[in-house]
Ligand binder design. Structure first.
Ligand code: M6R
Length: 608
């Protein structure tokens, strides 16, 4: 999400930090800041917007220091602003902190330890700086351990202390960071791209380890402050590969980031069998006044809405219509104060979706936004917001934003049912259990052998001129997303059909030259989909089927199968779309396409 860099050594820290932040700006870019220690005082400079604004702000200052930390932000708690930009400091100004991730229990910590403190930002991070001051016992490292003991959530933290100006301390949990080893200098950054100009020797930090960086070297300690031995690795990537974390394209990197993104989307929102949103709360009375819900979105976000319809209707029993934003506003939809309009948008800036939101507000509807970007137009104008916290998505083809949108919709469906006190307690509990398993199960899915299987399929079908995707119910919804992904980056003509509709026309197009990708994971529709698959097989189509682990039937009548690990069947679309993302990626690669920036397309579509 955000970019972190830290330096201690003989150079001027300011230029090392700005240089490192420039390399990390792709990770987050709504504000940036640095903190250095000058004459035993912490000096902080920060600025909203691109890093260029910070450079401008400090260009005439004479900041000279051999130690400092820097941050480029992708907002989660609190809109982008100077005040919310990192580093954050303690009240006495003796500690400064940069943070990537989310401190889930920051409100509880404020109440328990910091009542009466004056906070200057809306962030969860500022709590960490205040706690360092509160717990300080004259030993920086021991104090950090005490603070870590009360934090919940995911974080990478780098901290400096004016009273111990020769060192910085860093740690991580569920959030990446890497150490750079130099001669008479030490570095830390959220990824290696920030280090490569200075060193290729790096050390990886394990969770729970405390890293103490000085100009004489880096010491790693465990929770009991005992020394931990570390191996030094040599980085062989060039700068471009480093930015992509060693992946060839941002799209593949973002597919692989999904397990971490899932953790963030769920973070702080599950309390036993209850869903809670920090951002808003709704009473049964408020929910019951909505007789209908519209979900309005474009492209991939619209496809996420198709899953959302099924989730909300099943769990909360409120009728849902899903609309393409560019159609919605021009067709005079029937809506009023008894309608909830849910807008979904990764960027939060898509012109058609913003226009639909405004149309809904004009009709006195409440609007709930599901978005990735804090402070975006959609987030600002909606009445309620659920952030998906997918982290910056750079590839034009959306992957982790789609799957985290689905997770947000499951959380919302359960939440609406829970607030309405509906009787489906067991069903909701099973869904929440499934959601909690997603990070682990999705990480297991993304193995070398699975990728090899997908590549085999890509080689087999990648030269086709037309590919059909079929499925029923939620399988159809993800088939639509699979076909969009394929046409968007590989330029193959691809269409998705409700499997039962084929025989009403499209089956005429199916021949041995039209491979079919069949999604067969929804158990309730399996038998019917299987019959439709046999219909296309009878027309000589080659079929790749996405199936449940343990399904021994389908392989008998298709050409290739790819398994989805066992998980609650209702949340399985989040996993079942991953092979579709991967097959599009590998087909596009085989065809030599420009994967991250497909022709004619843009990441954020701000024209109607
Ligand atoms: O930022 P948004 O989610 O509002 O964007 C909507 C679509 O433009 C977007 O999902 C598009 O379809 C993707 N490129 C698909 O991969």
């Amino acid at each position: 999400m955000c970019g972190i860099v830290g330096y201690v050594g003989k150079r001027n820290a300011v230029s090392v930090l700005l240089d490192g932040l420039q390399k990390l700006e792709y990770r987050g870019y709504d504000s940036s800041g640095i903190a250095v220690i000058e004459q035993a005082q912490i000096v902080v400079e920060k600025s909203e917007g691109k890093l260029a604004n910070l450079r401008d702000k400090i260009k005439d200052m004479t900041l000279e220091s051999g130690i400092g930390i820097g941050h480029t932000r992708w907002a989660t708690h609190g809109r982008p602003s100077d005040a919310n930009a990192h580093p954050h400091t303690s009240q006495n100004g003796k500690f400064a902190v940069v943070h990537n991730g989310i401190v889930e229990n920051y409100l509880a910590l404020k109440e328990k330890y910091l009542a009466g403190d004056h906070f200057t930002s809306e962030t969860d991070t500022e709590v960490v700086a205040h706690l360092l001051e509160k717990f300080y016992n004259g030993n920086f490292a021991e104090t950090v351990i005490k603070v870590l003991d009360v934090l919940e959530g995911a974080y990478s933290l780098v901290m400096i202390c004016a009273d111990e100006p020769d060192k910085m301390i860093a740690c991580r949990k569920d959030s990446p960071m890497v150490l750079g080893v130099g001669e008479g200098e030490s570095f830390i950054a959220s990824d290696v791209s920030a280090l490569l100009a200075y060193t290729r020797s790096c050390m990886y930090i394990e969770e729970g380890e405390l890293c103490i960086l000085t100009q004489d070297g880096i010491t790693i300690k465990n929770h009991a402050l005992q020394l931990v031995e570390k191996e030094i690795h040599t980085i062989t990537w060039d700068a471009e590969a480093a930015e992509k974390g060693g992946f060839e394209h941002f799209m593949l990197k973002e597919i692989f980031e999904q397990p971490e993104a899932f953790k963030r989307t769920l973070s702080g929102r599950l309390h036993g069998n209850q869903v809670h949103f920090d951002e808003f709360s709704l009473t049964a009375e408020e929910i019951n006044q909505w007789q209908k819900i519209y979900i309005v979105a474009c492209g991939t976000a619209y496809h996420a809405g198709l899953v959302g319809k099924q989730v909300i209707e099943k769990l909360a029993r409120i009728p849902v219509e899903v609309e393409i934003a560019s159609e919605f506003r021009y067709r005079d939809p029937m809506m009023d104060e008894h309608t909830l309009v849910i807008v979904i948008s990764q960027s939060g800036e898509t012109a058609d979706t913003v226009a639909a939101l405004r149309e809904a507000k004009m009709h006195h509807c409440k609007v709930l936004a599901i978005t990735n970007v804090v402070g975006s137009a959609i987030a600002r104008e909606a009445d309620y917001v659920i952030y998906i916290w997918a982290g910056p998505e750079i590839s034009v083809a959306s992957t982790k934003a789609y799957t985290t949108m689905l997770i947000a919709e499951y959380l919302l469906g359960v939440y609406l049912a829970q607030q309405k006190e509906m009787a489906n307690l067991d069903e909701r509990a099973a869904i929440l259990e499934g959601l909690q398993q997603l990070p682990e199960v999705s990480a297991k899915l993304l193995t070398e052998s699975y990728l090899a299987e997908v590549q085999r399929a890509a080689e087999r079908y990648g030269m086709a001129e037309n590919i059909f995707f079929i499925g029923r119910g939620m399988d159809w919804a993800i088939a639509l997303e699979g076909s969009l992904k394929l046409k968007e980056i590989s330029y193959i003509h691809a269409e998705a059909y409700a499997a039962g509709e084929l025989k009403h026309g499209t089956l005429a197009l199916v021949t041995e030259k039209t491979p079919v990708i069949a999604i067969c994971v929804q158990k309730s529709t399996y038998d019917k989909t299987a019959s439709n698959v046999k219909e296309v097989k009878a027309r000589d189509a080659k079929v790749l089927a996405i199936i449940n682990e343990g399904d021994t039937q389908t392989a008998k009548f298709v050409d290739q199968t790819m398994e989805i690990p066992k998980i609650n069947n209702f949340v399985i679309p989040v996993l079942a779309v991953i092979p579709l993302q991967l097959i599009s990626y590998y087909i596009a690669k085989i065809r030599g396409c420009e994967i991250d920036q497909p022709r004619n397309l843009a990441k954020s579509v701000t024209v109607e």
